[in-house]
Design a protein around this ligand. Structure first.
Ligand code: SAM
Length: 281
């Protein structure tokens, strides 16, 4: 069953959390010249028009990118300011927010000639949309299962590997499958930097992923969570967004805390941001 379409959710608070983390990690990786292979296991479309019928149906970007964009000229945090300038680069008219860039766009942004990028998407319709996006020639689009592709590719030919795992978690078994693939990939590529997104749901389903990673012996797993509200049992649906970064670059936590503190102020309500080590060094 593949019914999830990211176009209904693009630019929401979870995308902001995920793509800002991805940007901060990549920014650090790009300080060194040595080549990087990027694998985006669940790529989605690439660019999402915010005036599409899908985006307008749920309007999730109104409580995500939109308030940040509106405040962009006055933000004080340097990482957030840089990231919002990059969002502006995705717009046909830099003064107006009309497109929200997905992970393929973020990973293509600073792709160098020595790097490789593999974008995996299983849904035929979403893959066709991704195929139609203008991306650098080196961005290889693969129609297939992202975790299987990751397992097939490791170890990679380049000295460094950076992986984004961002499933739709339509099946409960995906939490365990993600953990298994991460453990396998790290056995073959010990220094890989792996980013994993997960939803915070009242069911607490993400604990399967966290517990499996904690029990695996994998070290250096940094965790951050953006909560929009408290997990009240009478309300269903996602109340927050979580990110894990295995082998995080030095200084990531401080940079993210600065940017996300400003973001929670701009998002308002009960929103709050926390970071911790899921597993220390
Ligand atoms: N990573 C994207 C971004 O940040 O812009 C969003 C991805 S969306 C949350 C998840 C995507 O994974 C959907 O487009 C879905 O069709 C796709 N998908 C679901 N199962 C998959 C699988 N086994 N392998 C690859 N893609 C899959």
């Amino acid at each position: 069953m593949l019914s999830y379409q990211h176009a209904y959710h693009a630019g929401n608070f979870a995308d902001v959390h995920k793509h800002l983390t991805l940007y901060a990690v990549n920014n650090h990786l790009l300080r060194k010249k040595s080549a990087i292979t990027y694998i985006d296991t669940h790529a989605g479309r690439g660019l999402y028009p915010l005036a599409s019928k899908e985006a307008l149906k749920l309007q999730e970007h109104r409580k995500g990118i939109e308030p940040l964009w509106a405040a962009r000229k006055g933000v004080s945090d340097p990482l957030l300011s840089e990231w919002l300038s990059s969002v502006a680069r995705a717009q046909p008219n830099a003064a107006e927010l009309s497109l929200y860039p997905g992970s393929p766009w973020w990973l293509s942004l600073e792709l160098r000639e020595q790097d490789a990028l593999r974008l995996c998407e299983l849904h035929p319709g979403e893959h066709a949309e991704l195929d139609g996006q203008t991306l650098p020639e080196a961005a290889l689009r693969i129609h297939g299962d992202g975790l299987a592709e990751l397992e097939r590719r490791v170890p990679v030919r380049t000295p460094r590997l950076c992986v984004l795992i961002d499933p739709s978690f339509e099946r409960k078994t995906e939490y365990q499958e993600v953990a298994d693939s991460v453990i396998y990939a790290l056995e073959k590529a010990r220094h890989a930097v792996i980013l994993i997104w997960y939803p915070l749901l009242p069911s607490g389903a993400h604990h399967t992923l966290l517990d499996a990673l904690k029990a695996s012996g994998v070290r250096k797993i940094w965790q951050s969570e953006l909560q929009l509200r408290e997990p009240k049992t009478e309300r269903h649906g996602m109340y927050g967004s979580g990110m894990l970064v295995v082998n995080p670059p030095w200084g990531l936590s401080e940079r993210m805390e600065g940017a996300m503190t400003e973001i929670t102020t701009l998002l308002g309500g009960e929103s709050r941001f926390d970071t911790r080590w899921l597993v220390e060094e």
